[in-house]
Design a protein around this ligand. Structure first.
Ligand code: GLU
Length: 436
């Protein structure tokens, strides 16, 4: 059986880091097993679903490198849901209900006030049916068999169906709630593993009986602990932290992948430059039960570390024209974001005006300008320059190197000058050192 997973977002908003994490784990699991990863657009809610969000979801997955093996849309599958619904109805596994929301609410409160669990009470067979009222529909749970599964993250799970309300699966206007179409699709699409947040655990209990009622074996389930912010809650910030926002901050997709792949697991977060080692090592048994804490500062730091190792080929199409492979290698250890690479183009190619030097640094710079003219730029000009200036002026250490770095790059810090200097044309370097 081909391992098949799906990511099933409702296109009612943009993806945030929480949904992206679920998508990532589904993708990793499929890739690890040479399987298939499907995108299922859960757009049964035609009012709230928007095409722009569908496009945004596709674009975000592509940006993250989560390639899909197929896309399905629930709104194109209503005929199938209807057919399966009719089968369940004929078998007595879905039944019509006529209560209004107010009636249900009052009944719930009465049960709670008596210290009873607020479980939906089925009407006895033959109970009177109100006239002219369109029913909504519930799935009849089988009360006789305990619901059990071994969750890949949470271990053995046990639910008593008697303690659960028969779930509503269809509204009076004929529209679908999430539970049943999802099961019908999981069967039709051959889903072998459902990977989703632990907020779905009780849905799973009901859905397992739906799989059985539709004559299918349930897939394996992995319910991951939720993602929370640093303050330990499902913060507003986290819920709204979209990919656009991260992209604007200069976060590399592989950095987000590296963090979300491992957060909340017992495997360490590592500054990988490709997803392959993460894919190879995914194991739901090492996912923790405690909420995974997402920290933006940790992401920024990881992003920097990863950036410092990214191959030229990986970033070439996003670099300015002036940054070739050699220049990339020289500057990458000092970048916080890829966008900063642009700031180095004038250092290499001009236009560049060196800062006005401190008076005390002038002798060093004068000696450097004179020495640079004589140097073989194809050898190791930085060390030769240092040696020549030291001999001419007696300066050493910081007093020697800092004025040179400042005059040549305009900054106090930056890439290794031995790597950088040969990449600046000799006449440009001489001009900068002479510009006092
Ligand atoms: N559309 C559902 C959600 O976003 C899918 C849940 C599932 O993976 O089955 O919660």
């Amino acid at each position: 059986m081909t391992v098949t997973t799906r990511f099933a977002p409702s296109p009612t908003g943009n993806l945030h880091v929480g949904n992206v994490r679920t998508a990532l784990h589904n993708w990793m699991w499929a890739r690890r097993h040479g399987g298939r990863f499907l995108l299922r657009i859960d757009d049964t809610d035609l009012e709230r679903s928007k095409e722009e969000y569908v496009e945004g979801i596709r674009a975000d997955l592509a940006w993250l490198g989560l390639d899909i093996d197929g896309e399905e849309r629930q709104s194109a599958r209503f005929d199938l849901y209807e057919a399966e619904f009719q089968k369940l109805k004929a078998a007595g596994r879905v039944y019509a209900c006529y209560e209004t929301p107010d009636e249900l609410d009052i009944r719930r409160k009465v049960l709670l006030s008596r210290g009873l669990p607020p479980v939906y009470e089925r009407k006895p067979d033959g109970a009177p049916v109100p006239e002219g009222v369109a029913p909504h529909w519930r799935f009849r749970l089988d009360h006789d068999a305990a619901i059990e599964w071994t969750d890949l993250v949470r271990g053995p799970q046990h639910f008593e169906p008697k303690t659960m309300s028969d779930p509503v699966v269809r509204r009076a206007d004929g529209s679908w709630l999430y539970l049943l179409p999802s099961v019908i699709d999981d069967i039709a699409m051959g889903i072998t593993h459902v990977v989703r947040g632990e907020d779905h655990v009780s849905n799973t209990a009901a859905q397992i009986q739906m799989f059985e009622a539709l004559g299918a074996a349930p897939p394996a389930f992995a319910h991951e602990a939720l993602l929370v912010g640093t303050e330990g809650k499902l913060s507003k910030r986290l819920g709204s932290l979209g990919m656009d926002n991260l992209r604007e901050q200069g976060i590399e997709p592989i950095a987000l992948v590296a963090l979300l792949a491992r957060l909340g697991t017992s495997d360490p977060v590592e500054p990988v430059t490709h997803a392959a080692p993460l894919v190879e090592s995914i194991d739901f048994a090492r996912f923790g039960r405690a909420p995974a804490r997402f920290n933006e500062a940790e992401l920024a730091l990881l992003n920097q570390k990863i950036l410092h190792h990214l191959d030229y080929e990986t970033v070439a199409n996003r670099l300015p024209a002036g940054i070739d492979a050699v220049r990339w290698h020289a500057i990458r250890p000092n970048l916080m974001t890829l966008a900063e690479a642009a700031e180095w183009v004038p250092v290499f190619d001009g236009p560049f005006t060196p800062p006005v030097p401190d008076a005390g640094d002038r002798p060093v710079l004068a000696a450097a300008a004179a020495a640079a003219t004589e140097l073989d730029w194809s050898a190791d000009p930085w060390h030769a320059l240092g040696a020549a200036v030291k001999e001419a002026t007696g300066a050493k250490g910081r007093a020697l190197f800092l004025p040179l770095r400042r005059a040549l790059t305009g900054r106090d810090h930056g890439p290794d000058m031995a790597e950088l200097l040969p990449l600046i044309a000799k006449d440009a370097a001489v001009a900068r050192l002479s510009a006092q």
